[in-house]
Design a protein around this ligand. Structure first.
Ligand SMILES: *Cc1c(COP(=O)(O)O)cnc(C)c1O
Length: 428
């Protein structure tokens, strides 16, 4: 597959932007390839600057659950734009989207719209700290909660460690307030809470992890989190930026037996436009300005055009009975096909999946936390990515990401994906 136009764009981009991109993983460093420059997307397809087409399983990293360029969403955006693009005042679309969110997430008694997932998690933890009058937070290894300083902390070895920053530019004082634990490790969690519970403002967790590849919570993990957070007066935050409207209409909290105090959402809620939101119990959310003293604001928060895309996306999902079971069936067909292909090709692959997200790990071990995810052979994943890419199938350009299936993925495209995966597994 030739990509002269993409390559020329990328050369120029490198003279203008760090690494030629505005978000690191788009540079394809993890898979050792040159990135595509996409000019158009429709349904389950991406089209690059050279006119090549790709079946897309990255789906803009999660938002495009209806597929690219859904006509209802595009029309809603067109209608909204006729009235202007930003008012800087309260507008009806904010209220409509807030109502839809509250209906789907009863735990969100009050909600605040922002423009990204990063803002949502950062603000949720700020208000949790104000509410508890405590500084420390707990996150899990391999959990991603946007790029604000306090979350870019990786764990050292041992049961629990004071965080060390995983990026330069983060003051040690910030890192010291973030404690990290292995995902799915109830014992470590109980021990940490037993020792420090009364100092911990918030535990933030992806209820299904999506940023070390897809990793499911083991039975009891979320339930124990809920119990311990309640016991120590710690605010439990479910970061449902990926899982919100993805795992079910009510996210992971609609599926698993644990209800958080606060929830962050993003991605699907914006239907491909920049939207995030955070919300939760009224007595916590009441602390936010102008009701309370906790400051958080945004010039483009609740933007009428972005809200319109989110409303149209959620309404379209709601209008299709059986939406989530259809998505699960479609994804199950793909995942079963990939498992069979790997077995027939004699390749050891562990595929984690739930609802319409999955990740193939090149390991024969079960993947239940960051440590086991790291047993995956990332060189083999890179090779898999490149072989699929050459056949016009675009997977996330890194091992530790979720693959997404959308409503627009067709059975024939899924079958084609399985056939090419078999060929690729044989070559790796
Ligand atoms: C993507 C993501 C974020 C950050 O959202 P942005 O819109 O990229 O800032 C936060 N949490 C989780 C779980 C995510 O997947």
């Amino acid at each position: 597959m030739k990509r002269p136009h993409s390559n020329n764009y990328f050369i120029k981009a490198n003279t203008l932007m760090p690494g030629g991109v505005n978000s690191p993983v788009r540079a394809f460093h993890a898979v050792g390839d040159d990135p595509i420059v996409v000019t158009r997307a429709k349904g389950d397809r991406l089209y690059d600057a050279d006119g090549n087409r790709y079946i897309d399983y990255c789906m803009s990293w999660g938002p495009m659950i209806l597929g690219h360029g859904n006509i209802k969403v595009l029309n809603a955006i067109r209608r909204a734009i006729r009235n202007g693009t930003s008012f800087g005042t309260l507008c009806p679309n904010e209220i409509r989207l807030a109502e839809l969110v509250q209906e789907a997430y009863p735990s969100i008694e009050l909600v605040r719209m922002v423009s990204s997932g990063t803002e949502a998690t950062m603000s949720a933890v700020r208000v949790a700290r104000a509410y508890t009058k405590r500084d420390k937070i707990v996150k899990f290894e391999g959990g991603y909660h946007g790029h604000s300083d306090q979350f870019l902390i990786k764990a050292g070895s041992g049961l629990t460690t004071l965080g060390t920053p995983s990026s330069p530019g983060i003051p040690r004082a910030f890192a010291e307030n973030t404690l990290t634990l292995p995902y799915n490790n109830i014992g470590a969690l109980a021990k940490l809470m037993g020792e420090h519970g009364h100092d911990i403002a918030s535990v933030i967790v992806e209820p299904v992890a999506g940023n070390m590849g897809v990793v499911l919570p083991e039975p009891g993990f979320l339930e124990t989190l809920r119990e311990l957070a309640s016991k120590y007066g710690t605010v439990l935050v479910f970061d449902e930026v990926i899982t919100g409207f993805r795992i079910s209409f009510s996210g992971a909290q609609g599926v698993f037996n644990a209800v958080p105090d606060m929830t962050t959402i993003g991605k699907i809620i914006g239907g491909g436009m920049p939207v995030g939101a955070y919300g939760g119990k009224k007595d916590i959310m009441k602390l936010i300005s102008p009701d309370g003293p906790v400051y958080q604001a945004g010039t483009l928060s609740g933007n009428p055009v972005a809200m319109a895309a989110g409303i149209a996306t959620i309404k379209e999902i709601k209008s299709r009975p059986g939406f989530y079971s259809e998505m699960e069936k479609k994804t199950g067909h793909l995942v079963d096909g990939l498992k069979d292909a790997a077995r027939l090709a004699g390749k050891r692959v562990t595929i984690n999946s739930i609802a319409s997200m999955f990740t193939p790990f090149f390991t024969n071990r079960p993947v239940k936390d960051l440590q086991s995810a790291m047993t995956s052979d990332t060189k083999q994943y890179a090779q898999f990515f490149r072989l699929m890419f050459e056949k016009g199938i675009y997977l996330p350009p890194s091992q530790f990401e979720a693959h997404f299936v959308s409503m627009a993925h067709t059975p024939s495209d899924i079958d084609r994906t399985i056939r090419h995966a078999y060929d690729a597994f044989r070559k790796i």
